[in-house]
Design a protein around this ligand. Sequence first.
Ligand code: G3I
Length: 346
Amino acid sequence: MRWFAWLIIITYLLGARHVMATSDASLRSLADARDKLVGTAVNTTALTNDARYRDFLAREFSSVTPENVMKWQLVEPEQGTPDYTSGDQLVAFARANNQAVRGHTLVWHNQLPEWLTSGGFTSSQLTDMLHAHITDEVSHFAGEISAWDVVNEPFNDDGTWRNSIWYQAMGPDYVALALQWAYDADPAARLYVNDYNTEPLGAKSDAMYALASDLVARGVPLNGVGFQAHLGLQSRFPDTLTPNLQRFADLGLDVAITEADIRMPLPADSDKYVQQAGYFQRLLQSCLVVERCVSFTVWGFDDTHSWVPGAFPGQGAATLLDAAFDPKPAYFALRDALAAGSATAK
Ligand code: G3I
């Protein structure tokens, strides 16, 4: 009988320890114990102006991604005078708070400077300008950025190449060229290609897989593939995410969830929040079970600073904290997923 009593006491204490460890632990401390980074996109205006925003960012996340300020349109609005001040401020914050920085993004069809898109440049001029841009920006941040989203969103949803200014100038080899130029400027940074709607197995992720396989086979310096994971409750969860991540990992690449958010039709309610929590948790669990999944990043952590309502009228509430900065079930779901199965949660 005595052993039975001890069993109950020990079980209770272990359970209590788990509850305590989970209930007051930050996402980043729990993620540390799982050997993963947990990150967020950062709105640098809020970083400058809002102490509550800064405190949550420092406490909860071990990785930061600039939401906008490292994009070409923002670093070089006037040709010839790149300005990295806002990116430098984020890097300084990250350093002070022992956070990794994910650079975002060097080659994209969007948020390009007006002088570039309407300048009437030839293919050869565009090639030289992209080379110079990558060299300048990656060199500027060399040593500070652990991973770069070098190429962002190269594919259409049907798996064909997006007919971007870069594709038009160089054909599909612009991806390999960009990766090589980034490598030349900072060989220590982990270099990624990143896209959305590539979470499930299917035409678009097959296109990404074919690209990644080809780059690896050719010895191009590709280190990882990013899966943005901008999801919505109106669409079913991408059930094949785990095997999809795993097949990229099997190529010898890192994988990462880079921009997770789960939008919903407004108004939000508690049922939708619960469903949203399930989506966030399943996303994170896929990253936890794939060893080469190195980081899980959300695209902003509070609804006030989310890009979603601006881009999808009538939808929103896509992040972990509501507009009053209160954590939703999604926040606790991420914490629970990180704590589950971890004996060493701090
Ligand atoms: O900089 C101008 C500012 O001068 C002007 O006063 C203001 C007025 O609207 O606009 C500002 O530009 C905004 C820009 O963000 C910088 O803040 C644009 O309107 C706004 O459309 C732009 O949106 C960003 C979007 O990328 C652009 O496509 C979002 O904040 C950002 O979250 C979003 O991020 C992308 C990732 O980089 C790639 N994956 C998809 C993801 C969501 O679209």
